[in-house]
Design a protein around this ligand. Structure first.
Ligand SMILES: Cc1cc2nc3c(=O)[nH]c(=O)nc-3n(C[C@H](O)[C@H](O)[C@H](O)COP(=O)(O)O)c2cc1C
Length: 169
């Protein structure tokens, strides 16, 4: 699959086959996440592989938008230390770049994934942090569910002519 095909064919996949996935895959996805650009190269992201069924179920139970975790073989929580960085205002941008890299790498390798937003919602943050027993200074930016796809939504073009401007609005 070439790069543009990988980007344009990516969809959020929320249904997974019940087959397990080798640990090498999580490692590769994290390598892709860590390779993302980072403001001033501050590299604030930490990656937690979650393959413990009880933890996945606990996060799914408390988050109405994360039900797929109950059927996902694993997930990756993208976390950051809330201690000041050179550019604290850009830490979420860094973690978001890592998240997109993971989604694209998963698609390129034939896996399905979905980005679950966590950092913006205090309740989701608190519950997922408790399930993962994270220390106070660590926050979750997002969680990426991963599995072998059991649905195949068609690629959808999102580009609209009115989105494109030239030399100004
Ligand atoms: C910041 C962010 C947060 C998201 N949070 C969730 C979520 O909590 N649960 C979920 O099922 N999908 C979540 N998504 C996935 C979007 O719903 C999905 O990208 C959107 O519907 C477009 O579909 P597509 O990814 O198949 O193109 C999130 C996506 C982003 C970028």
């Amino acid at each position: 699959m070439d790069t543009i095909e990988c980007i344009l064919s990516r969809r959020s996949i929320r249904k997974y086959k019940s087959q397990p996935i080798s640990g090498d895959v999580a490692q590769k996805l994290i390598e892709a996440g860590a390779a993302a650009p980072s403001a001033a190269n501050q590299q604030p992201c930490h990656f937690i592989i979650i393959d413990d069924r009880d933890i996945l179920n606990a996060i799914a139970k408390e988050n109405p938008h994360a039900g797929m975790l109950a059927n996902a073989p694993f997930a990756i929580a993208i976390c950051f230390d809330s201690n000041p960085k050179p550019f604290p205002g850009l830490v979420i941008d860094d973690c978001s770049a890592a998240a997109e890299n993971i989604l694209l790498a998963a698609n390129g390798l034939g896996f399905g994934s979905t980005w679950l937003g966590i950092h913006h919602d205090e309740v989701k943050q608190k519950n997922a942090k408790a399930a993962l027993k994270l220390p106070d200074g660590v926050k979750i930016a997002s969680i990426i569910s991963v599995g072998i796809p059991d649905e195949s939504p068609a690629a959808h073009s999102k580009i609209k002519p009115e989105m494109i401007h030239k030399n100004g609005w």
